[in-house]
Design a protein around this ligand. Structure first.
Ligand code: C2E
Ligand code: MG
Ligand code: MG
Ligand code: MG
Length: 278
């Protein structure tokens, strides 16, 4: 009896694993197809000045709704693309698409910054800076309005490489943000030695500031530290006006979050700016 149920349990888990592997393969196939068939989109989330509540830029976020799988979360398909190497062509598409949009806004007189997320494998490409330079030239996007976001974890994994890449990006005139700050481990000495412009404080530090006094203290300390290193501080995932008020009180520079707006299609950004400024 016991033996029998054990075998059933094994069969259950084995089938479950098979199903997962199958699902992952299907996702990878569909993603590859989407990339080749113009099936991915970039949406843009406003980056807002805390003090004036004015939109100063946007972050480009990849979106994918597959005809068979439905909408797939970015963390899901980005992770999958990292595992297969598809992230390199996908990342290149993101850069081109975002730069084209930036060039278009810039020609139309919209002074918006555009931030792009760069994944681990992409950041380790030895020719990333050259590729970016070529895309900037081809699209006519103004480099001083382009920002590259790299996560703290990726940046700190190989500080020597990070320093080289960031120097190359700076030489092109591009700014650099450390994304998901606080979730990894940054040595302060390294933080000081890297040519970073912004710290994007991870959402997990914002989410419970109204409830947890410790979170308020940590957030204050991060803002203070960042400012003393000459960095611009950005809070991610701001969902309530109470959170925004707190950020204003402690002097955080910029925020992103649903309390202002989620990400939208590029074509909706101009109207959003008019409404937000009215
Ligand atoms: P991220 O770069 O830290 O982006 C912020 C994430 O927080 C986005 O999730 C955004 O939609 C979400 N968010 C913004 N405001 C709020 C809020 O008020 N509340 C909550 N709960 N969430 C908020 P999204 O779009 O699902 O992207 C998740 C992650 O996937 C990104 O985190 C980034 O690491 C990655 N990703 C997205 N697009 C790209 C891309 O084009 N290339 C690369 N390499 N990674 C990307
Ligand atoms: Mg980001
Ligand atoms: Mg982030
Ligand atoms: Mg994040």
């Amino acid at each position: 009896e016991a033996k029998h149920s054990g075998r059933n349990t094994y069969a259950f888990f084995s089938q479950h694993l098979d199903a997962q592997v199958h699902e992952e393969q299907r996702l990878q196939q569909r993603l590859q197809q989407a990339l080749g068939n113009d099936g991915l989109e970039l949406h843009y989330q406003p980056l807002v000045d805390v003090a004036s509540n004015r939109v100063i830029g946007v972050e480009a976020l990849a979106r994918w709704t597959d005809s068979e799988l439905g909408p797939v979360a970015p963390t899901r398909f980005i992770t999958s693309a990292e595992a297969t190497g598809l992230i390199l062509p996908l990342g290149e598409w993101v850069i081109s698409e975002a730069c084209e949009q930036l060039a278009q806004w810039s020609r139309a007189g919209l002074e918006l910054r555009v931030a792009i997320n760069v994944s681990a494998m992409q950041f380790r490409q030895h020719d990333l800076v050259q590729r970016l330079g070529a895309i900037l030239e081809a699209t006519g996007a103004p480099p001083e309005r382009l920002e590259i976001e790299v996560t703290e974890t990726v940046a700190m994994a190989d500080v020597a490489l990070t320093r080289d890449q960031l120097r190359g990006l700076k030489a092109l005139g591009i700014r650099v943000s450390l994304d998901d700050f606080g979730t990894g481990y940054s040595s302060l000495a390294y933080l000081k030695s890297l040519p970073i412009d912004k710290l994007k404080i991870d959402r997990s530090f914002i989410v419970d500031i109204d409830q947890e006094p410790e979170s308020e203290m940590i957030l204050r300390a991060i803002v203070h530290l960042g400012h003393s290193l000459g960095l611009t501080l950005v809070a991610e995932g701001v969902e309530t006006t109470a959170q925004r008020d707190f950020l204003r009180m402690i002097g955080c520079d910029l925020y992103q979050g649903w309390v202002h707006s989620s990400a939208m299609a590029g074509s909706a950004v101009r109207d959003h700016l008019h409404v937000a400024r009215a």
